[in-house]
Ligand binder design. Structure first.
Ligand code: SF4
Ligand code: SF4
Length: 149
């Protein structure tokens, strides 16, 4: 990977390896969201996708995620602007908006565990979709999107 690539290149100029390395591993984009049909509001839950390994906040089957979870959305350089539901802390949003990576980002601090210790990741509060009955999902709403506007 090129030195400090996140400061020197735009998202669409990154290699596949650089693109993947940019993810801070927070798992926030893997929390379930539900849309209120009447208001159009989108609520984010503390319930993580069934494939997320909550301890590590990594996808349990990244290579086959789209086949296993049809709702999983692929993040690409062209689509970052549409992803208002990504947290402000997300490294892709940061680079896209011309902001610096956080000091806890693995590429900055060299420690992939710091995102967990700082409480940025969902590891400390998320529960798995496997453990929550469908009719109880409403009880797990933690925010209404967009949460930064
Ligand atoms: S929110 Fe952004 S940085 Fe965090 S896991 Fe998702 S894509 Fe990676
Ligand atoms: S399939 Fe994997 S990457 Fe997609 S939302 Fe689920 S855990 Fe996240």
């Amino acid at each position: 990977m090129r030195e400090r690539f996140w400061e020197r290149f735009t998202l669409d100029e990154l290699s596949v390896e650089e693109w993947e390395a940019l993810c801070d591993g927070c798992g926030q984009c893997c929390l379930l969201k539900v849309e209120d049909e009447d208001s159009g509001d989108v609520a984010v839950l503390n319930v993580a996708c069934e494939l997320l390994d909550i301890g590590s906040c990594r996808c349990g089957d990244y290579a086959n995620r789209f086949a296993k979870v049809p709702d999983c959305t692929q993040l690409t350089p062209e689509r970052v602007d549409d992803f208002r539901w990504l947290p402000k802390s997300c490294a892709y949003r940061r680079v896209h908006e011309g902001r610096k990576l956080a000091r806890w980002h693995p590429l900055i601090c060299g420690d992939p565990q710091r995102v967990h210790r700082k409480g940025i990741s969902v590891a400390s509060f998320a529960v798995s979709q496997r453990d929550v009955p469908e009719d109880e999902l409403d009880e797990h709403i933690i925010a209404i999107l967009p949460i930064d506007s």
